[in-house]
Each structure stands twice: as structure tokens, then as C-alpha cells.
Design a protein around this ligand. Structure first.
Ligand code: ADP
Ligand code: MG
Length: 320
């Protein structure tokens, strides 16, 4: 297996004057859940649809499992299971016939097909609904069936485009747990979402996209580091004399991993500290208070989170 399972380089896709994907480059490691995060209209589905061979692109290079999509589309498609954003099911057919249909497109038949269908339905928790018509299934069940159709043939790369949109919290948890299980079974997953918490919960690495461009890519920690390497700590202490407070500030400032320390302008018994994110615990800070005999009333800390990172990188909040 190549080092990078998916490699996208300088991908450009235009619809008329709209540049849906604008010079996008990223790679996906084998065996990881790779999050593709961005607001509506960011270009996620377009990228995904190009990647799975559904949409032509204008320029750029795409390789999947070492195969060049431009020249070996068939070999690429054979690796992939797509869970599309729009539910793609035959409403008048029973659940299991839908899964059968999609799995048979990948060459499964006979006993292997039956087993794969049963396994996929069990995987998404729909074994009991196997014979029920799609039109009789709830929205959340249809979403899960949509997933079963994309994974029944045991693809090595599973591409999911907003698979939890419009589902109830229980189905969402079921789906997220399922995605992690797929990774445990050795699949590589590209997981598209505009919903930060779920990407944070399941993804090993995340690409943030906006207006068709890559804004940042990496682990949660790496993304946070793009915006800030600081955290703000506030220590509220029992009111003390000016001299003791000045001594406190001086000593805290000298501690390792501390950038600045200053008394709050409005509340002199509050110490505001900007520390390096690396500061592992507060014991060094606490010991200064103890040495000076200043009782601590409360400590709070604000570490940057992905939501604020997204805002800082894109200038806007994720819409949901
Ligand atoms: N078939 C299409 N024809 C014209 N414009 C499209 C088409 N598909 C997507 N777009 C446009 O491309 C941009 C990216 O859309 P899309 O990839 O669907 O974003 P996302 O999946 O992140 O919400 C949007 O401006 C959208 O309107
Ligand atoms: Mg989309």
C-alpha cells in the first residue's frame, strides 16, 4: 500500500463562473478517518464527487491507492464505497433489495452477496427492517440504509458525504460508532460534515475547507496551533495588599511557559495569565500563591477550541 492512500493535488473544478474547488491539495493516510469540514457551499460534495469518479474536473491530479484517477478510473472506483449526501434509495423496494442492488454493482453475487447484505444491514442496525419498504422507514433509518448500500461490498475507502444530516441523536451516535468500527476493520474513511462536534469526535485528521480552498489540515492539535499557541488562565484570589499583588505578578511572570501575567484592571484580585498551550498543569502557578500566603478562590482556563479556530481561520462561523 502506498504511504498516502488518497492524494489530491491542485484540484480545480468550475461550474461556469463558479469555482467550486479552488486549487485544493490534501492527502489521506491509510486507515484513518479523515474529516472534510466546511460550511455549506464550501466545495465538499464537489470534491468528493470528483474523487469517486462521478464528476469531471478541470485540473489537478488525484491518486487513490496508487492509481491515477485520470487514467485508471476503474481501478480507483473498485476501491471506493460512496455514501452520497442525497439519499439514493429505491423507495418502493425493501431495504435489503436496495443493499443487494448496490453490492451487486461491485460484482458480488450468490451466497457472498446474501452474506454481505445481511452483514451490512446488521452493521447499521436494520436487520429487523430488511424486508420493509424504504418508504416505510424513518428518516434516520433511511440514512443508515444509505450507508449500508455504500459499504456492503467491503470497500477499502469509504467516502461519506454528510451522513448524519437530519438524523435523530440516536441514529447519529449509531452512525458515528459505526464509522469508528469501519476504521478498526482497516478501512480508510473520508468523512464530510459541516458539523464540528462529530468531526472532532471521530476524525484522526481534519481538512477545513471554505470557498473551495483548503484553510488548514491536520490533527485537532495541529489545527489549533495554526491559530494560537496560547491559553488564558484566570486565577481569582482573596484580595491582597498592593505589595503582595505586585510580588505575585513578578513571580508568576518568571515561571516557565508563562507569556504574560497581569492583574485584571477592574478586579485587582484576579490574575490574568497567558500561558503556552504546552503548560501541562498549574502547579507552578499555585505554588507562588501558596508561598505568598494568598488563598485561591477560583481558577478558570480557556484553551482554544476547533470552533474558535474555524472562526479565526475562515472569518465566519460554521452554519448548521
Ligand atoms: N452541479 C452544479 N452546478 C452548478 N454549481 C454547482 C453544482 N454543484 C455545486 N455547485 C456549486 O459549487 C459550490 C460548492 O458546492 P458543494 O460542493 O455542493 O458544497 P458543499 O458540499 O461543501 O456544501 C457551490 O457554490 C455550489 O452552488
Ligand atoms: Mg455537500
Amino acid at each position: 500500500m502506498p504511504e498516502e492512500y488518497v492524494q489530491v493535488e491542485h484540484l480545480v473544478k468550475r461550474y461556469g463562473d463558479v469555482v467550486a474547488v479552488d486549487d485544493l491539495s490534501f492527502s489521506v493516510h491509510p486507515g484513518e478517518i479523515f474529516g472534510f469540514l466546511g460550511p455549506n457551499g464550501a466545495g465538499k460534495s464537489t470534491t468528493i464527487n470528483v474523487l469517486v469518479g462521478l464528476t469531471k474536473w478541470n485540473s489537478g491530479q488525484i491518486r487513490v491507492a496508487g492509481h491515477d484517477l485520470a487514467h485508471e478510473a476503474k481501478a480507483v472506483k473498485a476501491q471506493i464505497g460512496l455514501v452520497p449526501q442525497e439519499i439514493a434509495l429505491y423507495r418502493n423496494l425493501p431495504a435489503k433489495r436496495n443493499v443487494e442492488y448496490f453490492a451487486s454493482l461491485y460484482g458480488l453475487h450468490g451466497k457472498a452477496l446474501k452474506e454481505a447484505v445481511a452483514e451490512a444491514l446488521a452493521f447499521v442496525g436494520l436487520s429487523e427492517q430488511a424486508d420493509r419498504r424504504v418508504s416505510k422507514l424513518s428518516g434516520g433509518m433511511q440514512r443508515r440504509l444509505n450507508i449500508a448500500c455504500g459499504i456492503a461490498h467491503h470497500p477499502k475507502l469509504i467516502v461519506m458525504d454528510e451522513p448524519t444530516v437530519g438524523v435523530d441523536p440516536q441514529s447519529r451516535e449509531h452512525i458515528l460508532a459505526g464509522v469508528k468500527t469501519l476504521r478498526e476493520r482497516g478501512a480508510t474513511v473520508i468523512y464530510t460534515s459541516h458539523y464540528m462536534p462529530e468531526v472532532q469526535e471521530i476524525c484522526d485528521r481534519i481538512a477545513i475547507v471554505d470557498h473551495g480552498k483548503l484553510i488548514g489540515c491536520g490533527s485537532e492539535r495541529e489545527l489549533l496551533a495554526l491559530v494560537t499557541d496560547q491559553k488564558r488562565i484566570r486565577v481569582e484570589f482573596a484580595p491582597a495588599g498592593e505589595e503582595a499583588s505586585a510580588e505575585l505578578v513578578k513571580r508568576v511572570q518568571l515561571l516557565p511557559d508563562i507569556r504574560t501575567a497581569a492583574l485584571d484592571r477592574e478586579q485587582p484580585s484576579l490574575l490574568n495569565i497567558d500561558a503556552q498551550v504546552d503548560l501541562a498543569d498549574y502547579s507552578s502557578i499555585l505554588s507562588v500563591f501558596i508561598e505568598l500566603g494568598l488563598p485561591i478562590k477560583q481558577i478558570t482556563s480557556e484553551a482554544p477550541d476547533l470552533e474558535t479556530t474555524f472562526l479565526a481561520l475562515t472569518g465566519r462561523e460554521l452554519r448548521s
